[in-house]
Design a protein around this ligand. Structure first.
Ligand SMILES: O=C(CO)COP(=O)(O)O
Length: 226
């Protein structure tokens, strides 16, 4: 699968394609496809010390990783990660030379209550590193209720949220906030990728299930390339 994905990435040099496998597979993925960007699904906040089971951002960089996803909703839910911890992880990733992909997104109850934009703005305020730049920071909007469910927000709702995220990033980061790429994630599939990627301020996708097979991920790469 990785070979076919790497070939598709090479065929679209204007697009940044990255694969973020579980920790034990990062080094093997880098060695197999050195030209394909590989990243991690998490990282630790610290640079040294005794933290058994945690993986330092510098170690991810050492084995050739280039990205770290931080604050994924599953980390926030399964491990109680709050905004301050997510920000500390993002800062550690950036300090190690990685690009930090900071995830935000509302639950279904929060959306039903009309609080989706306010919730995401609050997550951005708490988790975006103040020194983030267009080169070091990516934000991924992933509504929790859309992850792995086959459901996606309407293009209108995605546009509203990404516009709000852009505005907040510009408030938080000034001019760099205009350069930070904002990904949409949650049930991105070959059939909906092009439509979602065409929405204003959607600069890419964070793909879960459909990234596991080249059969599904390669058409998403093509859809993102337009
Ligand atoms: O959480 C996700 C990516 O990190 C999205 O997962 P799915 O694409 O499987 O919905």
């Amino acid at each position: 699968e990785l070979d076919a994905i790497a070939a598709a990435a090479a065929a679209h040099p204007g697009l940044d394609v990255a694969i973020c496998p579980p920790f034990p597979l990062i080094q093997a993925a880098v060695q197999r496809q050195p030209a394909l960007a590989i990243g991690a699904q998490d990282c630790h906040t610290g640079t040294s010390g005794a933290h058994t089971g945690d993986v330092a951002a510098a170690l991810i960089a050492d084995v050739g990783g280039r990205y770290a996803i931080v604050g994924h909703s599953e980390r926030r839910a399964d491990h109680g990660e709050d905004d301050a911890l997510v920000r500390a992880k993002a800062e550690a990733a950036i300090a190690a030379g990685l690009v930090a992909i900071v995830c935000v997104g509302e639950t279904e109850a929060e959306r039903d209550a009309g609080r989706a934009v306010a919730v995401v703005e609050g997550q951005l305020d708490g988790s975006v590193p103040p020194a983030g730049t267009g080169a070091t920071l990516v934000v991924a909007y992933e509504p929790v209720w859309a992850i792995g469910t086959g459901r996606t927000p309407s293009a209108g709702d995605v546009g509203e949220m990404h516009g709000a995220i852009r505005a907040r990033l510009q408030t938080l980061l000034g001019g760099e906030g205009a350069k930070v790429r904002i990904l949409y994630g949650g049930s991105v599939k070959p059939a909906n990728a092009a439509e979602l990627m065409a929405v204003a301020d959607v600069d890419g996708a964070l793909v879960g299930g459909a990234s596991l097979t080249a059969e599904q991920f390669v058409p998403i790469i093509a859809g993102a390339a337009g």
